[in-house]
Design a protein around this ligand. Structure first.
Ligand code: PGU
Length: 401
C-alpha cells in the first residue's frame, strides 16, 4: 500500500485547540449542569455590525441578479485589493501585490509552498502554533524525513527580553514568523524593535512572514500596525492579515496577504510571481459575498464599526486583566491586543488550565501549547459576551481558595 507522508508522522498528535475542546467536553461529561465559560480559543462572539452586515447581504443579493452575478474571482475583487492598499498601506502597493484569501491561517499554511522542504524556520517562542505545525507538515526545517520540531529555531520572547527576541540568534537565510500584536503574549513590537528586525532580516537574508491579524487592536498611536511602516520591509517581508478579529469574520472567512514586488529569492526570482502562480493554481479565491462584506468594512462607516467591535473586546480584556492583577497574578497584554498572558510561577500550564476549569469552570489555553517558553503561563482570550466575561472574572476569585 502507499506510504504515509513522513511529515505527518513528524507532527504532534493533536492540534492545540481541538485538544482543549476535547478536555472541555470530558469535563462537561463528568460535571453535568456545569456552566462552562470559554476564554480559550480566540473565536469572535459578537454579531457582525449593521453596515458591514449590509455589505454581506447586498453581496448575496447581487448574485441573484443578471448584472451583479459573478463567478470565480481568483485574485480577489480589484476594488477590494485597491481598498486594502489604500486603507492599510497608504496606497504603497498595487493591487497585484495584495492577494485576497479565505483567512490568514489558510495563507500561513499555503505560503510554505514557496520555500518547500528543508527551509530553516524560526519562530518567536511562544507563538501561534500554526507556524510550527505548518512548517513541520510541509517538511520545512527538518526536511521530508526530517527531525520535525527539532529543526525549528525557537527564539524566546519573555519578560526578561521585553517579549522581543534576540536577533543575533536568528538563523541566516531562514523563514521567520513574527506576530505583532502577539498571539499569545499580547506584546506589540515598537518602531525601534521592528527597525532592528528588518535590519537583521536584510543582513541575514531572512524572509519575515509578518502576521498582523490583531493590528486593529492597537490603541497606542506610536505602535506600528504593519511591518511596511518600516523602511526596507518591502525587500524582506510578506504580511498576512485578516478580517476575522477586527470585523468578526471568523466564520465568514476573509483575509489578505501582501507580497511586494521588491521581494526576491537568493537567485533574484520574484516571490510575488511565484505566489501568483501558486494562488492561481491551488486556490480559487475567497467567497464573493465575503468580499462584498470586506468592501463595506473598509469604508468610513465600516471602519467605525471595526473600531467599535475591537473596543468592545478590549473592554473585556481590561476586565480580565484587572481581575487577575487584583488576585496577585502577574500578567501582560490586553491593552493593544485581545489576549492576556498570565504567569503561574513553578506550575505546569496544563495543570493551571485544569485547575481553572475545575474551580471556575472557565476554559483557558495552556501557555506550553504555544512553545517551550509558554510553560507556566496560560492565555486568557477576551472574545466573549460581556455577561460571560463578568461571570468568569467573578469566578476567578475562587483560585485563591
Ligand atoms: N493569525 C493569528 C496570529 C491568529 O491568532 C489566528 C487565529 C489567525 C491568524 C487565524 O486567522 P483567520 O484569518 O481566521 O484564519 N487564532 C485563534 C484561533 C485558533 C486557530 O487555530 O484558528 C487563536 O485562538 O489563537
Amino acid at each position: 500500500m502507499i506510504e504515509r507522508n513522513k511529515c505527518i508522522a513528524n507532527i504532534k498528535a493533536g492540534y492545540l485547540f481541538p485538544e482543549i475542546a476535547k478536555r472541555r467536553r470530558e469535563y462537561a461529561a463528568a460535571h453535568p449542569g456545569a456552566k462552562i465559560i470559554s476564554l480559550g480559543v480566540g473565536n469572535t462572539t459578537e454579531p457582525i455590525l449593521p453596515h458591514i452586515n449590509a455589505g454581506l447581504v447586498e453581496g448575496a443579493r447581487q448574485l441573484a441578479t443578471a448584472e451583479g452575478y459573478s463567478g470565480y474571482q481568483d485574485e480577489g475583487l480589484l476594488a477590494l485589493r485597491e481598498k486594502i492598499s489604500g486603507v492599510f498601506y497608504k496606497n504603497a502597493f498595487g493591487p497585484e501585490e495584495v492577494f485576497i484569501s479565505d483567512g490568514a491561517k489558510c495563507d500561513i499554511g499555503r505560503l510554505q509552498l514557496l520555500f518547500g522542504a528543508g527551509t530553516p524556520v524560526a519562530v518567536q517562542d511562544p507563538s501561534y502554533p500554526v507556524y510550527v505545525d505548518g512548517s513541520v507538515l510541509i517538511g520545512a526545517a527538518g526536511g521530508w524525513a526530517g527531525t520535525g520540531y527539532q529543526g525549528i529555531t525557537y527564539l524566546p520572547c519573555t519578560a526578561e527580553n521585553n517579549y522581543f527576541p534576540d536577533l543575533e540568534k536568528l538563523p541566516s537565510n531562514s523563514l521567520f514568523y513574527f506576530c505583532s500584536p502577539n498571539n499569545p503574549t499580547g506584546a506589540v513590537a515598537d518602531r525601534q524593535q521592528l527597525e532592528a528586525l528588518v535590519k537583521a532580516a536584510v543582513r541575514k537574508g531572512v524572509l519575515i512572514i509578518f502576521d498582523a491579524a490583531y493590528a486593529e487592536y492597537i490603541r497606542d498611536p506610536a505602535l506600528p500596525k504593519t511591518i511596511y511602516e518600516i523602511e526596507g520591509a518591502k525587500t524582506c517581508a510578506i504580511e498576512v492579515n485578516s478580517f476575522s478579529k477586527p470585523a468578526g469574520f471568523t466564520g465568514v472567512r476573509l483575509g489578505w496577504t501582501v507580497v511586494p514586488k521588491e521581494l526576491k529569492y537568493a537567485g533574484g526570482e520574484s516571490v510575488n510571481a511565484d505566489w501568483a502562480r501558486i494562488a492561481g493554481t491551488i486556490f480559487n479565491g475567497a467567497s464573493n459575498i465575503a468580499q462584498a462584506g470586506g468592501l463595506a468594512a473598509l469604508d468610513a462607516e465600516g471602519l467605525k464599526e471595526i473600531r467599535q467591535l475591537c473596543d468592545f473586546y478590549l473592554g473585556n480584556a481590561k476586565l480580565i486583566r484587572e481581575t487577575l492583577q487584583n488576585l496577585g497574578v502577574s500578567c501582560v497584554g490586553g491593552g493593544n491586543s485581545p489576549y492576556i498572558w498570565a504567569r503561574f510561577p513553578g506550575r505546569d500550564s496544563w495543570d493551571v488550565f485544569a485547575e481553572i476549569l475545575d474551580k471556575c469552570q472557565v476554559v483557558t489555553t495552556p501557555g506550553s501549547g504555544f512553545g517551550p517558553a509558554g510553560q507556566s503561563f496560560v492565555r486568557f482570550s477576551a472574545f466573549g459576551h460581556r455577561p460571560d466575561v463578568e461571570e468568569a472574572c467573578a469566578r476567578l476569585s475562587r483560585l485563591n481558595r
